[in-house]
Design a protein around this ligand. Sequence first.
Ligand SMILES: Nc1ncnc2c1ncn2[C@@H]1O[C@H](COP(=O)(O)OP(=O)(O)OP(=O)(O)O)[C@@H](O)[C@H]1O
Length: 232
Amino acid sequence: MLEAKNLSKKYGDKVAVHQLNLAINPGEIFCLLGANGAGKTTTINLFLNFITPTEGQVSIKGINVAKQPLETKKHLAYIPENLMLYANLSGLENLAYFSGLAGKKFSKAQLIGFLQEAGLQDAAHKQRVQKYSKGMRQKVGIAIALAKNAEVLLLDEPTSGLDPKASNEFAKLLQKLKEQKVATLMATHDLFRAKETGTHVGIMKEGQLVEHLTTQEINHSDLEKLYLQHMN
Ligand SMILES: Nc1ncnc2c1ncn2[C@@H]1O[C@H](COP(=O)(O)OP(=O)(O)OP(=O)(O)O)[C@@H](O)[C@H]1O
């Protein structure tokens, strides 16, 4: 569903991503760990076609992202650390707008259904997003993914700054999307969530994927040890 082949990105002499090979299948949640500056956001931005590779390629559903960016964007939803929503519009209006941009038209009842599925409390649907907590904004992001029927989810530190309850709710939503066979790539600093929520973890260091494991084959404490080893 998501694939990077010999993917490299340089900024002048600075190597941000180096010879990355990665494949994420439907129903997998791949958590990308790594220190600040390791190359996680660059990898996600390459999948989004925000930037173009220096070498290699990324594809979504077998379609080359750099060659057919509009086609690949149809299949994905993206939730960054701070989701850009229109502050003066309600959650419901934002959802109608962003799903409309993706070419989808829904009745009000259907839109409310997506917000409910994403766990946004009914009382908030018609409130301005300005008043939302970060967790509520992230739920609108999930509702947009549901409305788009996105098969691919790209997440860049989506739970950073969320309190444990909101972070737990977000993790449950990811599990739900996993059951619907969504393929997820998530950059995160949260080792605990990566192990709990992910099906796979990768550790990036200086642009390279230095570890790639399933979460079943490692326990929390060994994952932490491995991570810290790569920080030295
Ligand atoms: N536009 C840019 N111009 C120059 N260098 C860049 C640019 N974007 C990223 N870099 C560099 O590329 C490297 C990888 O950055 P990236 O943002 O992908 O790391 P990250 O793993 O997401 O870090 P963080 O955990 O802090 O978000 C860093 O050394 C960064 O300084």
